[in-house]
Design a protein around this ligand. Sequence first.
Ligand code: SF4
Length: 143
Amino acid sequence: MYIISACLLGENCKYNGGNNLNENVIDLIKGHNYIAVCPEVAAGCPVPRSPMEIRAGRVYSIDGEDFTEKFRDGAARVLAEARARAKESGEDIELAVLKSRSPSCGCGRIYDGTFTHTLVDGDGVLAELLKKNGIKIISEEEC
Ligand code: SF4
């Protein structure tokens, strides 16, 4: 079973109310069982919402509000839901395909918390949790 960032499948769950529909991801999931997830919506964040970035290991909105615990809670909910779905279908979670650079879904490179489009090494909150739990992650750019 695959875990897929919902915005890559066309769900309008991005901070600005849009999506990141990606045809390569659509092709990749053909014939596979998958779960579409948005950890920020799972955290109870509205759509649209303020842009968020990670600075010194914590998640802040552009207005300076600390969303770290909310994001951790959303990521934990996503993992629990994915595990439940995998168990139900008798499959392992083989792979997560996550949206690059997001403070939740980004894997390897994320924005630096200054809201200046500057990238640094690091993982989003969901990507970090999935990695810790041994789940392989790729971004849509690797599809
Ligand atoms: S949290 Fe992840 S799934 Fe949700 S909009 Fe951002 S990148 Fe997409």
